[in-house]
Design a binder for this molecule. Structure first.
Ligand code: WT7
Length: 658
């Protein structure tokens, strides 16, 4: 078998060292939503399983006639059905008497709060939908959303969904260039944004980035701007006459009733751009009914959602985690959620634990990078708060190392709350590999088993399943309701990226190992995609940003193991002839990348080098650069075109950012 040599061996050893098991507490099991028979039930007939759930859980305007049409790799689910996802997330709960239930407890970073019930949400979303219509948006038009974590963000998404205008949310930390690329690819007609947001005690302007982005686009006719920071941003916010409209000017005066538009099951709900192995981000398409079913059912089962729970997914709505598990899944289940604007360290590291105590949060879902950041500060912040209401803890975005798992278990979960380590992707739309609380015996660091109805396997280079105890590539073996429907405007790239490596199977890009008991251990990406704080960033995107600078001749980027963020970006840069390579230039190049892509892509390490290791065909050997970055012994160098290169790089000087 030809296993990719890039699979990180150190991680395999690490994970193997952890063999403790945590069986479910019988008291939890007795009240759990999930039961062990779910697996057999789903396996007996996956399509019938999903069809029955779709009829039970979704309010349809018209029933579907066909569960699945699978024209590999193109899936259509619940064909013939008509529904509105915003109706399913909001109105139906109000109609059933839950109008006064809180949908979101919103907490602004400065300490201001808003309590939004389902009835409030119904009115706000209806007003926003009416405003979109007034701005000329109709079913099928794309709307870009670029906002901080304020209530108007989910309201804007639901307003789009209500009229069938697919949204594309661009994370508020992305740059103007990243925003304009996405607006252009989606040909968005409207941008919904805010003047700014609060971050680490300061107002951060957002609208100027929209203005810059719009200078590079032609499709946008209007922007709709929420006033969040007001006069706190220097000089206020410039509005372009005839193009920019304040949210409070247009939304507040609308009728608070709007009839949701019944849409086809396969109507595009949203596009979300994600990094791959090329510089151009992929517009991942998600549609309506299958996505609604997949997110709501997994949410209810995996987090054991009960009517009185206060649930907090601490991700940003700008990533898929927020789409599926802050907005659509929880709202479809009439769940009360926390929505927090700021960072965990403002005003200090007790902020999260204070929120959990104040709101009696019962379920917390966050990323290992956040857990490690808290770990670094020490448990005293958590210990000073009453976290006894927590009963389920979730993890997502990257492998959780056993140490972090155990810390989370002990210091946050009081040794009592089950942990669900959930593996999935922007493309999968819903959680795919996860324990079921009350059912699964967990092992720290393992995402355990595929969710009921999901087909997953670990295969070797030829696509054959590996035996227990071996590693290989993680693949998904059958379609699932929330799966991506393709890459916007590029069906061939969709086929090529996900379905060509192993015929008939979806290749996720991750390495995995199955232990002697059949547990799955995710081992990170096997392609040239880095995972920084649980977010995918392609090496090529960062390299393109670097070579775009006038001082750079060539650049190569790799991920380096980082104690907090999982991976940190390490850039090797060949300066142009005559350029003086010094710390000032290194700092300038780092900022250049942050400006081009966003602060998350800013290289933490940058090294100037006279040359890069390449194969005889000219391909950069990132594997060797990774070895250099990690400071470990070099792997096989026999395919290097020039053996002296590595020594030359080793002799170069680097600079790191703290
Ligand atoms: C990639 C997907 C899923 C929402 C956040 C990221 C990695 C995700 C886990 C996990 C190990 C994980 C994978 C995957 N990943 N969850 N529980 N254990 N790795 O979404 O940006 O689409 O990234 O994140 O490498 O392929 P994304």
């Amino acid at each position: 078998m030809s296993l990719d040599p890039n699979l990180p061996p150190s991680e395999i050893e690490n994970l193997l060292a952890e063999d403790r098991t945590f069986p479910p507490d019988p008291d939890f099991t007795a009240q759990a939503n999930a039961t062990v028979d779910l697996y057999a039930q789903a396996e007996a007939d996956p399509e019938a399983f999903w069809a029955a759930l779709a009829r039970e859980r979704i309010d349809w305007a018209e029933d579907f006639h066909t569960t699945l049409e699978w024209d590999l790799p193109f899936a259509r689910w619940f064909i013939g059905g008509k529904l509105n996802i915003a109706y399913n997330c909001v109105d139906r709960h109000v109609e059933r008497g839950l109008g006064d239930k809180v949908a979101y407890h919103w907490i602004g970073e400065p300490g201001d709060t808003r309590r939004i019930t389902f009835a409030d949400l119904q009115r706000e979303v209806s007003r926003a939908a009416n405003a979109l219509i007034e701005l000329g948006i109709t079913t099928g038009d794309r709307v870009a959303i670029y906002m901080p974590m304020i209530p108007e963000l989910p309201i804007a998404m639901l307003a789009c969904a209500r009229i069938g205008a697919p949204h594309t949310v661009v994370f508020g930390g992305f740059s103007a260039e990243a925003l304009s690329d996405r607006i252009n690819d989606a040909e968005a007609k409207l941008v919904i944004t805010a003047d700014g947001g609060w971050r680490r005690g300061k107002p951060a302007a957002l609208k100027p980035a929209v203005d810059d982005a719009l200078a590079m686009t032609t499709s946008v006719t209007h922007t709709l701007v929420v006033r969040r920071v007001g006069d706190a941003v220097d000089g206020g916010t410039a509005m372009v006459e005839g193009r920019d409209v304040w949210w409070h000017d247009i939304v507040d005066r609308q009728d608070d009733r709007h009839d949701p538009v019944p849409l086809d099951s396969e109507h595009m709900l949203y596009l979300l751009y994600t990094s791959g192995t090329t510089a151009k981000p992929k517009g991942i398409m998600h549609t309506t009914a299958g996505y609604l079913l997949g997110t709501s059912f997994t949410h209810e089962q995996i987090f054991d959602i009960k009517p009185d729970d206060v649930y907090w997914c601490a991700a940003d709505v700008g990533w898929v985690t927020g789409h599926s598990y802050i907005v659509y899944g929880p709202l479809a289940n009439a769940t009360t959620s926390i929505l927090y604007e700021g960072t965990p360290d403002t005003p200090d590291w007790s902020r999260w634990w204070q929120i959990i105590e104040d709101y009696k949060v019962s379920i917390l879902y966050c990323a290992p990078t956040a857990i490690r950041a808290h770990m670094k500060q020490g448990p005293q912040y958590a210990q000073a708060h009453d976290l006894s209401t927590l009963r389920v803890l979730g993890s997502v975005g990257e492998p959780i190392n056993p140490e972090a798992w155990l810390w989370y278990h002990e210091h946050i979960g009081g040794g009592r709350a089950p942990i669900v380590d959930t593996w999935w992707q922007t493309e999968t739309g819903m959680i795919m590999i996860t324990p079921l609380p009350g059912v699964t015996t967990t092992k720290p660091g393992s995402a355990t088993f595929p969710f009921p109805g999901v087909g997953a396997d670990v295969v070797d280079g030829e696509g054959n399943p590996v035996p227990l105890g071996s590693g290989g590539y993680l693949v998904l073996t059958r379609p699932w309701p929330a799966m991506l429907r393709g890459i916007y405007g590029d069906p061939e790239r969709y086929r090529q990226t996900y379905w060509s490596r192993f015929p008939g199977m979806y290749f996720a890009g991750d390495g995995a190992r199955r232990d002697a008991d059949g547990y799955l251990w995710l081992l990170g990406r096997v392609d040239d995609v880095m995972n920084v704080s649980g977010h995918r960033i392609s090496t090529i995107e960062v390299e393109s940003a670097l070579v775009d600078h006038k001082a750079v001749a060539e650049a190569a980027v790799v991920g380096k193991t980082d104690p907090i963020t999982g991976q940190a970006i390490f850039a090797f840069v060949i300066p142009k002839v005559g350029v003086e390579a010094n710390d000032a230039l290194a700092a300038e190049l780092r900022n250049h990348v942050a400006k081009a892509i966003g602060p998350i892509a800013k290289p933490k390490f940058l090294m100037f080098t006279p040359d890069l290791p390449k194969t005889r065909s000219g391909k950069i050997m990132r594997r060797l650069l990774r070895d250099i970055g990690e400071g470990r012994q070099l792997g096989d160098t026999t395919t290097l075109a020039d053996g002296g290169v590595v020594e030359a790089i080793r002799a170069s000087s680097g600079s790191a950012e703290e």
